[in-house]
Ligand binder design. Structure first.
Ligand code: FAD
Length: 316
């Protein structure tokens, strides 16, 4: 079923979460160990993130450098199939522009459709470590709105090479939104302009970047509605878990902690102190969002589901 169908069919706030494919070398049990503890909260869909391969340069005997792709995690398509086979849940693979030509994107979508996967979260992806700015693959997409449009075209039966009549796909397409603005956008108005372009290209709903101040989400939804963006906007939350998160999350995701949260965090001496604060904060955020009638709350597990479980057991 499509994410939007789940949202429409639900009378209350749904619970959903995303998982990272385990690192290469790990077996599928690692994946299930992350999902099993969260299934009692009856998610209707589970997102599977996508991680681009990185490149290293190795010197050959002739002195020339060879560019070698290093893949750190197994592919999303197989993981989604495994999830849908084991659990009564829809899988939402993340598909990114980075590293994909349009042909490779189409091939990935053909595999997903073949497996009965109805949903895709379409993203640009970040630049790889060796590149200061995002560089698309030759023949690939520069921005998520182009990727969304390609999926939308396939939903109309328009494939890249229409050598014979091909059945249309029927993907429900999600897009990313940023309550605190995407770090590259000139300002919020500019970011909302591009977000609207993603919806016009075919996005059916939006999932937000994590935030720790609900007011930012509520203001973002208001601004989207004023800008004419009418699709559902699912808030994304993350319970902080370790001392490392205190600095890593604002730096990596370009988001602020509210003063009250930062005052609690500076008193933390251990990871478990942070985990306690993180669970309490995220629980309060979740309760307020649920009371406000948000369609779904989406949790970022970042390979660790125990804190999300603690929050969900208070809220769902
Ligand atoms: P875009 O929509 O392309 O936006 C990127 C920037 O360009 C923004 O500043 C926007 O304002 C601007 N812009 C957009 N369209 C245009 C245009 N047509 N012309 C000019 N400027 C434009 N990354 C991963 O690698 N894997 C994942 O699995 C993953 N999952 C994510 C899930 C969620 C819910 C979120 C919020 C993010 C996720 N990301 C993931 C991170 C995401 O890839 C990065 O934030 C990336 O930098 C931007 O992706 P986007 O889809 O928002 O890009």
């Amino acid at each position: 079923m499509k994410v939007t169908e789940h949202l429409n069919a639900s009378k209350g706030t749904l619970f959903s979460f995303e998982i990272l494919p385990p690192l290469k070398g790990k077996g599928i049990k690692t994946l299930y160990d992350g999902i099993d503890p969260l299934m009692e909260f009856k998610p209707k869909f589970v997102n599977v993130t996508y991680h681009r391969e990185e490149f290293v340069y190795k010197e050959r005997q002739n002195g020339l450098l060879e560019k070698i792709a290093v893949r750190k995690r197994p592919g999303t398509v197989g993981i989604c199939a495994a999830i849908m086979n084991r659990y009564d849940v829809d899988a939402v693979p993340h598909l990114i522009c980075g590293g994909f030509s349009q042909e490779e994107t189409e091939n990935a979508l053909i595999d997903l459709q073949f497996l009965g996967i109805d949903n895709v979260l379409a993203l640009r992806g970040d630049s790889i470590k060796s590149e200061p700015v995002f560089v698309p693959e030759p023949g690939g997409h520069q921005h998520a709105n182009e990727l969304i449009f390609q999926i939308h075209q396939m939903n109309q039966g328009r494939y890249l090479m229409d050598d014979y009549k091909t059945d249309p796909t029927d993907f429900c397409i999600g897009a990313a939104g940023y309550p605190e603005k995407h770090f590259e956008a000139m300002n919020m108005e500019d970011d909302l302009y591009h977000l609207k372009k993603k919806v016009e290209a075919g996005a059916d709903y939006i999932v937000t970047q994590m935030f720790f101040d609900n007011k930012k989400y509520f203001d973002f939804v208001d601004s989207c509605r004023k800008a004419g963006i009418t699709v559902p906007i699912i808030p994304g939350l993350k319970p902080l878990k370790s001392l490392k998160h205190i600095t890593f999350i604002p730096k990596y995701f370009f988001i602020d902690y509210p003063v009250e949260l930062s005052r609690a965090l500076v008193k933390c001496k251990t990871d478990s102190d942070v985990e306690k604060v993180g669970i309490e904060w995220c629980t309060q955020q979740s309760k307020e969002l649920k009371a406000a009638g948000v369609p779904c709350i989406h949790y970022y597990t970042m390979s660790n589901s125990s804190s999300v479980r603690a929050v969900a057991s208070e809220v769902f």
